[in-house]
Design a protein around this ligand. Structure first.
Ligand SMILES: Cc1cc2nc3c(=O)[nH]c(=O)nc-3n(C[C@H](O)[C@H](O)[C@H](O)COP(=O)(O)OP(=O)(O)OC[C@H]3O[C@@H](n4cnc5c(N)ncnc54)[C@H](O)[C@@H]3O)c2cc1C
Length: 279
């Protein structure tokens, strides 16, 4: 039987994102939240392969109590079990502390119910670091295939998976041993319409709650702000580039145009010495 675990994050809808200028944190109050779009496609892929091979899909998320709605959304898509990892002691986690908690949870679930594939989204659309999936894989010493666009085959007997991944210039197909970790692009699977039975099941479904009190124990030093070696020092919106200036050779001639362009370039500080010319 195939067992897929998908790690999902509930994120602010980034069309409405605002940053607190004092704390450099996201202002979450009053901002609608959604299931991270890449994670939704990862869930769809996990459910697709569960239906092909028979088995189950487990969803986990570390987040506030409101993340229950995203977990229910995954159950509506066909997931079987959902776990909310939530506790004030987890708050303020960076990717290092987040990957610690998620890795401990994956390890505990794997012990009672062995997992074949661990799915992540390519990145979360709020933090945008794309570090959590690979971070969990490294902590668990599992192979990781990032930017996955298609699962070609899962062989539960030979314990292998064939995955197509995207690179800048081409796609490549990689064979990895199971259990493996994937970070998924949206192409990995289409989001299906929910069946009536999944829809009804999801409405009544109560996700499990895991806290620092149990059912597993965490090293308190590695949690939340205390366990986070990085802090967001400064955030800002990059300056918009101004439109370039067009110098028309028909008006200034070639020599004149080159001279005008060069004069402008040389006004940039340090450019004259860089180009080895006198101003
Ligand atoms: C503006 C801003 C900048 C930040 N910069 C940094 C930084 O430079 N370094 C840093 O360490 N932290 C940073 N953070 C904190 C970051 O939001 C958290 O570490 C967060 O918990 C995970 O990182 P991410 O959102 O970048 O996830 P990513 O690594 O982009 O997420 C990849 C995938 O991991 C899974 N995932 C991520 N978070 C969770 C979760 N809580 N539960 C379950 N699955 C999850 C999902 O499948 C997701 O698609 C930043 C936050 C903000 C708001």
């Amino acid at each position: 039987m195939f067992h897929a675990l998908v790690s999902i994050k509930q994120v602010p809808d980034t069309t409405n994102i605002r940053i607190d200028p004092e704390t450099n944190n996201l202002i979450r109050q009053g901002v609608p939240t959604i299931l991270n779009p890449y994670d939704a496609h990862a869930v769809a892929a996990a459910v697709e392969w569960k239906r092909k091979l028979g088995g189950k899909v487990t969803i986990i998320t570390m987040g506030p109590p409101s993340a229950v709605t995203s977990l229910r959304e995954c159950v509506e898509m066909g997931a079987d079990r959902a776990i909310l990892i939530s506790d004030r002691k987890f708050a303020g986690a960076d990717t290092w502390a987040t990957s610690y908690v998620l890795a401990e949870v994956v390890k505990a679930i794997h012990k009672e119910d062995p997992i074949d594939l661990v799915f992540f989204g390519k990145q979360a659309i709020d933090g945008d670091t794309a570090q959590v999936g690979p971070g969990v894989a490294v902590r668990l010493d599992l192979p990781v295939v990032s930017y996955a666009v298609k699962i070609h085959a899962v062989d539960l007997e030979k314990r292998t998976v064939m995955i197509e991944r995207k690179t800048e210039s081409r796609n490549e197909i990689i064979k990895a041993s199971l259990p493996a970790v994937l970070t998924c692009e949206k192409e990995i699977a289409e989001i299906p319409y929910a069946s009536l039975s999944d829809l009804v099941y999801s409405l009544r479904y109560e996700p499990e709650l895991w806290t620092t009190e149990g059912p597993i124990t965490f090293d308190p030093v590695q949690l939340g702000l205390k366990g986070s070696p990085t802090t967001v020092f400064k955030t800002g919106t990059p300056e918009k580039h101004k439109a370039g200036e067009v110098i028309k050779t028909a008006e200034a001639g070639v020599d004149g145009s080159v001279k005008t362009a060069l004069d402008k370039i040389l006004t940039v500080e340090g450019m004259a010495s860089l180009l080895g010319v006198a101003k």
